[in-house]
Design a binder for this molecule. Sequence first.
Ligand SMILES: NC(=O)c1ccc[n+]([C@@H]2O[C@H](COP(=O)([O-])OP(=O)(O)OC[C@H]3O[C@@H](n4cnc5c(N)ncnc54)[C@H](O)[C@@H]3O)[C@@H](O)[C@H]2O)c1
Length: 436
Amino acid sequence: MLKAKIASRRAVVGVLGLGYVGLPLASAFVEAGFPVLGFDTDPQKIDQLARGEQYLRHLGAAMTERMRDSGRFEATGDFGRLGEADAILICVPTPLGEFKEPDLSFIERSGEAILKTLRPGQLIVLESTTYPGTTRDFLRPILERGGLVMGVDFLLAFSPEREDPGRKDFDTKTIPKLVGGTCEASGDAAHALYAAAVKQAVRVSSAEVAESAKLLENIFRSINIALVNELKVILDAMNIDVWEVIDAASTKPFGFMRFTPGPGLGGHCIPIDPFYLTWVARRAGHATKFIELAGEINTRMPHYVVERSMLALNSAGKAVRGSNVLILGLAYKPDVDDVRESPAIELIELFEELGARVRYSDPHVPVPPKMREHDLGHHESIDLTPAALAGFDLVVVATDHRRFDWDMIAAHAKLVVDTRNALASRMGGRANYTKA
Ligand SMILES: NC(=O)c1ccc[n+]([C@@H]2O[C@H](COP(=O)([O-])OP(=O)(O)OC[C@H]3O[C@@H](n4cnc5c(N)ncnc54)[C@H](O)[C@@H]3O)[C@@H](O)[C@H]2O)c1
């Protein structure tokens, strides 16, 4: 029944949470010809989508205009309409709590909302990154509270999101989609659904395999980033350029994968997801030593950048206290406006604690969004001009956005600490240039 509806594109797809993951996913299903109902708790997003407006700039304005013009997309805050969807894809946040424990409250609330209108035949798919077992042991019992039974009345699967905002060579439709069910029928139905909207849907044997695969991918990144970050500190002390070392190693055509160092980890995934596994492993009596060590190294990086900055200022006869410091880039990675967990924020806070007067410039983030853990309310992005640059005692490159005018920065900054190797070709070898 559901499979026939999928094949004929009559299945209504509900997407719960229209953020970095949910919005492009909803768009992929609209483009594949499905009627899509988007749900979000943020009324502003609903209003913007009704007008065809884009709030995630890296996805481009044309996406939301196409969604509106298709006549197949509607965004709503009315969760009573969840029953209209044949398949519901959950794309809500999975942050960490104060003690790095999984915060599944968004999934819980989503499950409770779905439960109110859950009906036989519906397929529920969790997409939010989480620890293995969440779909079966956490979400399933919530959905079964009303008496309907998974595998008999409704279907339940996990399909991890591999979205990489800002990436140009792959998008939601071309990144292979892993799918694992909590039972055979659930896996079948979820696989059929995604196969209708993305280029390749890869079926795995269970939801737990799909959940674990996602964590493996992000742990792999976190550990390899930590490795090059640690090497950077060691090689810096030996006066060896880690960037040249990485370029050299990258000439090996097999057995090596390039990772680059930076000022720390950012984004909603890499700094957070590995600790979902740590938590569930601890519950089972196991330690996740690689994850902890990588976390330790990566978390220390902003402090290392500040130490290198102190030395750079010192060699220019200045203390951090009272210096004017400019942070280039607030987003956690190039060419996006996402500042979640961005190490640039920590840099601002560390420099301010030391008594520096700090400003930032980021063409993608004119004003910092409201954040739970940080208050950057007194900041806004400054325009980069030769005069503005010359007014700072120190410029710290935190993010190498393509929109920065690197020639102008190299020509007018008095002192530069570069965490991204962005100015090496222009400033390398100059006394006022430090890589960190
Ligand atoms: N951002 C990424 O690049 C990325 C990549 C892969 C996986 N993920 C995972 O995807 C999940 C979602 O991340 P995101 O980056 O899209 O988050 P996001 O904050 O951009 O979007 C989440 C959306 O959910 C909405 N929301 C919150 N509670 C809700 C509720 N109860 N019902 C309906 N909507 C609700 C929010 O208003 C927001 O619009 C997380 O588990 C994350 O780890 C993210």
